[in-house]
Design a protein around this ligand. Sequence first.
Ligand code: GLC
Length: 799
Amino acid sequence: MITNTALEYKGDLYPSNIVSYTLEGDSVYFNTDNNVILKVTVLRDSLIRFRFTTKGYFSNDFSYAIDKTQLHGYNFLSITEEADYYQIVTSKIKCVIQKADMRKSIYDLAGNVLLEDELGFHWEESFEFGGNIVKMSKSSKDGECFYGLGDKATQMNLKGKRLENFATDQYAYQKDQEPLYKVVPFYIGLQNKQAYGIFFDNTFRTFFDFCHERRNVTSFWAEGGEMNYYFFYGPQMQDVVATYTDLTGKPELPPLWALGYHQCKWSYFPEHNVKEVTAKFRALKIPCDAIYLDIDYMDGFRCFTWNKEYFPDPKRMVAELGQDGFKTVVIIDPGIKVDKEYSIYKEALEKDYFCKRADGPYMKGKVWPGECNFPDYTNPEVREWWAGLFKELVADIGVKGVWNDMNEPAVMEVPNKTFPNDVRHDYDGNPCSHRKAHNIYGTQMARATYHGVKRFAYPKRPFVITRSAYAGAQRYTSSWTGDNVASWEHLWIANIQVQRMSISGMGFTGSDIGGFAEQPTGELYARWIQLGVFHPFCRTHSSGDHGDQEPWAFDEEVIDITRKFVNLRYQLLPYLYTIFYQYIEEGIPMLKPLVYFDQADIQTHYRNDEFVFGNQILVCPILEPNALGRRMYVPKGEWYNYWTNSRVKGGKEMWVDTHYDEIPVFVKAGAIIPKYPVQQYVGELEFDELTLDLYYKEGKEKSVVYEDAQDGYDYKKGRYSFLTFRLTGKTKELNVQLHKEGKYDTAYSKYKINLIGLPFKVTTIEIDNEKITFDSAALEKNSYLVVNKEFNILHLVGE
Ligand code: GLC
């Protein structure tokens, strides 16, 4: 019997006393009397893996989540034996393991407890399926907070919640509904101002209980597989998230256009309808870079085919859209229609690439095309075949991105919405049932898609988006939060989900702007686009059966608001691209929930709505109708209201007035924010200056700008430009030092520096220690300065 509602069960088994240990390289093995082995591996000074077996030996060590290319490195590992316990020490933490019962405690080197086993590891034998239900419980102190776990539609701080990880097609899900589409069994604990992380790398159905069942106990368990988890020490959340992201991998840079605005609906067809939509964007001057074709572009929903009645000449259409700056993205689902006349089906059948039931027949289930079979993407040969299928779409027709959907995998007309448990999978040479492969099926599909699109898009960069994902999927794909609803509550959910994905390693995420199911009012759509432009992935999508959801489906005011905010996103593209670069280089989340931004400030621990976009822009959506502003918490420090340029001191809750065409946006004092001119699509304009919005501060602040060719792989050979601006403000002085790295020469030659909040009248300007002449009346009036991009030090003195 699967006990998926309670952690403890009277038949639970526990490790008995430790009888021996061995040290092998970076690992220590502890053996108990009753055949339990605990393998403790020190991967880094602040990253320890704990792996248990109850059989007396370990099975093959294989994980889809871990990025094998990432380097491990620890400086120091010592093990000592005391009368009652063993102690492993690294240069950052100490782990104590009790001899009597194998319970563990982790301390920092000052002796503070970071995390302690409550019952620790225990298990229940699953007589129904074989193997164990593996369980872990930890003590939790009052005041401890919990964050992470991917796309959960609940409050940011998970304290008091029980959550379930089982990838599920959850159409029109509700607040707190479980489980959802993605599985990221990684959480961050914050206790006594110290953060740590746990990644439970187990692909079976897993559960996490954060002081829900018992007030001072946190636990996690899985319906099979191994108790296998990683412990990350902070003490900053930044360190935990960066190390987790490193361990499970980072993506390459997307093409810059993928950070533009995307328009989608189920479905745009036939061709003239697609063209009308794209033309309207251009006519209304609302920037847009991507247009999506949902399932109706196919012939009877057969993947890799076209409905020639609707799209007689896809190659010509895609090229024409391309000339107008639109990249075409098409949907590809996993279900392959059972149809003996259909070449993809025939080939997969001949090659035996479909998933099979335990007794032999192919797994058959209904999806859009009717009865389908499903490729086993956990087989490397199948992934290779799948990748090859993209040749025609990408290389010949010119499609620029692929959208993978229904890959939980979703099956219609069955109560569990997915494959039965007995379906077999290759699991890269570790054959298993669907119980183990279910949660990574979608990721392996997206991985195969990514390799295909990348191969045929080369030397350009690929773009892939997926609905289902397991930890590590970020290496291959972006994602969206699935079939949400056009409601105010869902706007609240989307805001939290995207922030949460960001601190769960999977930053390139967005929601269906306006809501997928049901019809938003103009006001709700406006409020949603105002938030959506600050999400790494920015796409309007809707089910199309309740009315239109293009900006012009609403009134003039909504069109204007949409234009204003999409324009802002296009202006901020260099800023967004820079934070994307920091994400892929250093694992820094692009969106920072307030608690991540300032964990030392306990006021942030239960905040949901406000977040920092990148490092220096604070955003807070309006989540209610008829709002003239809202209360929000502004984190400590000095901030400028983006709309009024007035300054506020943070560290308190405050009321912020806004108009219908604004949401609260603040810029950190001292920041230098790069901006491009508004373009209707990425690369539309050539321009000779980069705008820098400089927000004066008395004190210091560092800002960076990353740029490259916006597509292709030259950046990997050093052809990028990385600017570091170091601002120092004094009462009557401003100093900006510029340092440049990289071999890429940007096309513009000047910076237009907008001086915001300067408290003095400029009397002298020096560039690289030389005084320059300037029109002081003009500077006074316009508050901007144009300087050659080659400067090193800009020095303003005033009175
Ligand atoms: C699923 C997707 C949705 C898509 C629809 C039709 O519901 O989540 O985005 O439009 O299928 O393909």
